[in-house]
Design a protein around this ligand. Structure first.
Ligand code: ARG
Length: 461
């Protein structure tokens, strides 16, 4: 309450209220708060605070509220309750009168909010895992049908060595597989129930917290009450998962934005994910990809913000912790949206195979082959590298590719070069050579696709 001139000032009271209240964002925890409250009412029966009949009445009424808000949680926003916990309790009291006032016995909003948020995170992780999985499926399918589309692979954004479009897709599939496994790891650690930790020192009622945890679908109850109400590691972990996942999507977006330029011209994006320019009729802008790349920023911001909020926070609960939700909600919503959007982009992509191949043939992406050829003829790699540099400089001067140089010319760089060099300098030969695990040889790629499909099938079970 704010004092003004020795009296409550309505305006200042209102200012504080809107500053302090969290209902406008934590209404999203309504379902979890009700589920947690039902479980808590059952625990209260075991310690004699509620009779079985009272509990049944409470549960019934809480479930009515659950039905009311399930489809339209926004109706909660018309209330002036401080937060979702007060709102749910008030609904109960409105419906059952004084009996409703017994529900908060032995419980605090501190263990309640930690429980609600963990329950919310658990459903959200499942949703995210599903979206990661769908995108992986789209990438692997696209890889499968584009196994022989050769394109330049880049380092420093300079053509380096030929790769295939399939290999490029599979690289992102690897990143997404790690994103998925990070989420699984996080899920294991977050699956522990804080309910029954009370305000900070534990509940004064002899509740079996492990059983309560099980009723709520958690694997166990937390071990320390102080930590239970102040721990937000799971928020940090999820934000960190989202931050890394968004970095992957942003890199994916950047690659495709480049492939889509008229200079590269490797792909055509579907009109679903592009927009025209209001001024220049020839343009087809990669808006979806640019937004995915751009939205990466706010997710990194949410992670940094939460790290700073928790830094130096004394035990146990402090109101600072209320700041955990907005950033988390926004970051996970953003990540989920971007995963769906990326899937849409990849599903609608069209490859310009001929153009990809031409580009792979330019830029001396086969120079390493010439060096390896010389190595096979006994020249140490360093020396071979030097010989090839000279050949490339000469080719650039002539404006030709290595394979278009005459044999006599090539032999001026090394007499060991013979006619068979021309078959070595083809794109197919460049690919075929890279047979070792993880390389770009066709046999490696088809094996990688088969393995990826198998892993995805295991995940869908
Ligand atoms: N709205 C609060 C939050 O989100 C709930 C916990 C309030 N606890 C308290 N002691 N004021 O963190």
């Amino acid at each position: 309450m704010a004092f003004y001139g020795g009296q409550f000032s309505q305006t200042e009271e209102q200012m504080f209220k809107s500053f302090n209240d969290s209902l406008r964002f934590d209404y999203r925890l309504a379902e979890q708060d009700i589920i947690g409250s039902v479980a808590w009412s059952r625990a209260l029966v075991t310690v004699g605070v509620l009779t079985k009949a009272e509990q049944q009445q409470i549960e019934k009424v809480l479930n009515v509220t659950l039905e009311e808000i399930r489809n339209t949680p926004e109706i909660i926003l018309t209330s002036d309750a401080e937060d979702i916990h007060s709102w749910v309790e008030q609904q109960l009291i409105n419906k059952v009168g004084d009996l409703g006032k017994k529900l908060h016995t032995g419980r605090s909003r501190n263990d309640q909010v930690a429980t609600d948020l963990k329950l919310w995170c658990k459903t959200e992780v499942i949703e995210l895992l599903r979206a990661v999985h769908h995108l992986q499926q789209a990438l692997v399918t696209t890889a499968d049908i584009n196994q022989d589309v050769v394109m330049p692979g880049y380092t420093h954004l300079q053509p380096a060595q030929p790769v295939t479009f399939a290999h490029w897709c599979l690289a992102y599939n690897e990143m997404l597989a790690r994103d998925g496994s990070r989420l699984q790891d996080t899920l294991k650690r977050l699956d522990i129930s804080p309910l029954g930790a009370g305000a900070l020192a534990g509940t004064a009622y002899a509740i079996d917290r492990d059983q309560l945890a099980q009723w709520l679908g958690f694997t166990a109850a937390t071990r320390n009450s102080l930590d239970s109400v102040s721990d937000r590691d799971y928020v940090l972990e999820l934000l960190s998962n989202a931050a890394i996942g968004m970095v992957h999507l942003s890199r994916f977006a950047e690659d495709l934005i480049f492939f889509n330029t008229s200079e590269a011209g490797f792909i055509e994006l579907s009109y679903h994910v592009t927009s025209g320019s209001s001024l220049m009729p020839q343009k087809k802008n990669p808006d979806a990809l640019e937004l995915i790349r751009g939205k990466c920023g706010r997710v990194q911001g949410a992670l940094t913000g939460m790290m700073m909020t928790l830094k130096g926070l004394p035990l146990a609960y402090n109101k600072d912790i209320q700041e955990d939700k907005e950033g988390l909600f926004d970051a996970l919503d953003t990540w989920l949206d971007c995963l769906h959007m990326t899937t849409l982009v990849i599903d609608g992509i069209q490859l310009k195979c001929q153009r990809c191949r031409e580009a792979a043939q330019q830029g001396y992406a086969n120079a390493t082959e010439l060096a390896d050829y010389l190595v096979a003829r006994g020249i140490p790699f360093r020396e071979a590298h030097h010989i090839v540099s000279e050949a490339v400089i000469e080719a650039i001067r002539q404006g030709s590719s290595l394979k278009d140089m005459s044999l006599t010319k090539l032999q001026t760089f090394s007499p060991l070069i013979e006619k068979d060099i021309y078959s070595v300098l083809t794109l197919e030969s460049c690919l075929l050579q890279r047979k070792a695990k993880g390389g770009v040889a066709p046999e490696q790629i088809s094996a990688a696709i088969a393995e990826a499909k198998q892993q995805l099938a295991l995940l869908s079970r």
